[in-house]
Design a protein around this ligand. Structure first.
Ligand code: ZN
Ligand code: ZN
Length: 254
């Protein structure tokens, strides 16, 4: 039987995290590949708690330069150096994000970190179907979405199973995302709430329905809500199938 890829949520919250739900980020694992998507907070212990060896990361993918998505990236880069990483590490994102990550890393005087492994900066084109990552296990592509700063949604195609997961990142409903999510096995969609630059649970349900995805998981939701079941119910009312309010350290397979 062909082994599935695994996506493990390391966080599922919107811009305010709690002890139960960290900021939204996750790790995608294939037979030989481990991809981290966003690094909002001290990531090493989240990976360890998920049973993922931090030193085995194949690449870090960054959706956009907002604190609740990148604030842990410099600490992670330093920790991997201190944990003895030697192999180069791709850090992948839009020019807007990569330039700012580099600026702060410079401010941390990375040049003085003796024996620091090489970082392979990879700039993703801000266009539909942009290439992000290609290996034996996965082909990852991106599309620009509508947020306050340049931001990309990601599509993970797992080659051995032909399974597809699409992650909206932070966005308001947009045509690019609808197309990227078309008939995906899983759509992982933000559900921050109604307003510019974000999506409500009902809108996320509508996108999932329009894109004809098989499964919908909501992330980046209001974890301070007194009744989170209402968030799930809002999307469920529009999407004709079950909706899952994603939880930290839970896994999906594709
Ligand atoms: Zn954002
Ligand atoms: Zn966010």
């Amino acid at each position: 039987m062909t082994p599935s890829a695994q996506l493990t949520f390391l966080g599922t919250a919107f811009s305010i995290a709690t002890t139960q739900n960290d900021h939204t980020h996750f790790v995608v694992q294939g037979a030989k590949t481990t991809l981290l998507v966003d690094a909002p907070s001290p990531t090493v212990h989240r990976l360890q708690r998920a049973g993922v060896d931090p030193t085995a990361l194949s690449a870090i993918l960054l959706t956009h330069f907002h604190p609740d998505h990148v604030s842990g990236v410099w600490l992670l880069l330093m920790d991997l150096w201190l944990m003895g990483r030697k192999q180069s590490l791709p850090v992948i994102g839009l020019k807007h994000c990569i330039e700012r990550v580099q600026t702060v890393l410079k401010a941390f005087d990375v040049a003085g970190w003796a024996g620091m492994y090489p970082i392979e900066w990879v700039v993703v084109e801000e266009q539909v179907g942009a290439a992000v990552w290609e290996c034996e296990d996965f082909a990852v592509t991106a599309t620009p979405v509508m947020h306050f700063v340049p931001c990309i949604a990601l599509r993970f195609y797992h080659k051995p199973t032909a399974g597809v997961v699409v992650y909206s990142a932070d966005t308001q409903p947009c045509q690019n995302l609808l197309e990227l999510a078309h008939e995906a096995d899983w759509l992982i969609h933000e559900a921050t709430g109604l307003g510019v630059g974000h999506t409500s649970p009902e809108q996320a349900g509508w996108i999932a329905e329009q894109a004809k995805v098989k499964n919908l998981a909501l992330v980046h939701y209001d974890v301070l809500s007194p009744d989170p079941s209402q968030i799930q119910a809002g999307a469920q009312a529009v999407f004709g199938k079950d909706v899952w309010l994603a939880q930290d350290f839970k896994t999906i397979e594709f």
